[in-house]
Design a protein around this ligand. Structure first.
Ligand SMILES: Nc1ncnc2c1ncn2[C@@H]1O[C@H](COP(=O)(O)OP(=O)(O)OP(=O)(O)O)[C@@H](O)[C@H]1O
Ligand SMILES: O=P(O)(O)OC[C@H]1O[C@H](OP(=O)(O)OP(=O)(O)O)[C@H](O)[C@@H]1O
Ligand SMILES: [Mg+2]
Length: 282
């Protein structure tokens, strides 16, 4: 049985469960369920606080986990990223009131409030800045208004929360985060099962990012057309009954599909169809 940690709340929880569901795993129906056994797939899911996941995986109690890169780094746990999942993308950034400090180098003697005290303390030290760090659990933006700190370091996605709090981003991102799968370095105890799990998630990413495109084109134009739709490895080209024409089948990134269809049409391709991919193993 593969033991997997899954976020039980917050920004990671729903997209993680959706991805696991798409990968063919059973998921809990009730948010209060703490553990779920998927016997068909020989997997046991533990629904844990996103912040605690790296601790469980790092200590070897669970085989792998889904968490945020920022949470993994902040935990100090001995675990490593083995796959990027693309969702919960955000940056950890410093922010303060307008007309205040404008760069990390000016933070000396100030207090920085954050939920990522480990990462921030290291970042300040790496920059040779002697500032205090105060740890808060959330709603960090309010710390400045209430006089707990002069600067905050918080997760930014759209920047709306900061703007609403009347704060401005300063300096470069402290780190860029997204949801990741983590594992204990050197742990090969469940290698086959872990690789199978990762292939399933990879399949979900492919199914979400690509469509299958089919079209017919005159044989003399096939090289030019295939340059537009190179696929992941090599497109399939089959002869048509009507000689002089071929059928091409290729994977195309979802966001390029409409443009590629227009360009193929202009080139003379016809019967251009795109279909969704439900699942994939590459
Ligand atoms: N608005 C957001 N957009 C994208 N990613 C986000 C956003 N807020 C948080 N995250 C990411 O989601 C992960 C978990 O953060 P989240 O705030 O959901 O957890 P938490 O603070 O531990 O839980 P909670 O806020 O429910 O107490 C982190 O990796 C973080 O970078
Ligand atoms: O840039 P934005 O799109 O506005 O998103 C960023 C906000 O989202 C998260 O808050 P969350 O809802 O997790 O609340 P928390 O501060 O209590 O963790 C994060 O802590 C920011 O406050
Ligand atoms: Mg939060």
């Amino acid at each position: 049985m593969l033991r997997i940690a899954v976020p039980n709340k917050g920004a990671l929880s729903e997209p993680a469960a959706a991805m696991l569901h798409e990968a063919g795993y059973r998921q809990r129906k009730d948010r209060r369920e703490l553990v779920l056994i998927d016997t068909d797939n020989q997997v046991e899911f533990f629904y844990l606080r996103p912040r605690d996941i790296a601790i469980y995986v790092g200590s070897g109690r669970l085989d792998i986990g889904i968490t945020g890169r920022d949470l993994l780094l902040d935990s100090g746990a001995v675990a490593e990223e083995i796959m990027q999942l693309g969702f919960a993308a955000s940056t950890l950034r410093y922010a303060t009131r307008p007309d205040s400090v404008t760069d990390v180098s000016e933070f000396g003697g100030l207090t920085v409030a954050t939920s990522f005290a480990g990462v921030v303390a290291k970042h300040l030290a790496d920059n040779g800045v002697d500032a205090s760090v105060v740890h808060l659990d959330g709603a960090v933006e309010t710390a400045i208004q209430l006089g707990v700190a002069e600067v905050i370091a918080d997760v930014v996605e759209t920047g709306t929360t900061l703007r609403n709090a009347g704060l401005e981003i300063i300096g470069e991102p402290i780190l860029e985060s997204e949801a990741v799968v983590i594992r204990r370095p050197g742990d090969t105890s469940q290698e086959t099962k872990v690789q199978q799990f990762l292939r399933r998630l990879q399949g979900v990413l492919v199914a979400r990012r690509y469509v299958m495109m089919d079209y017919d084109i005159r044989a003399e134009l096939v090289d030019k057309a295939v340059a537009l739709t190179p696929g992941l490895e090599s497109p399939t080209v089959s002869p048509l009954h009507d000689r002089g024409w071929v059928a091409v089948r290729s994977m195309v990134p979802v966001q390029d599909a409409q443009r590629v269809m227009d360009e193929l049409y202009d080139m003379g391709a016809r019967a251009i169809l795109t279909t969704g991919i439900h699942a994939a193993r590459l």
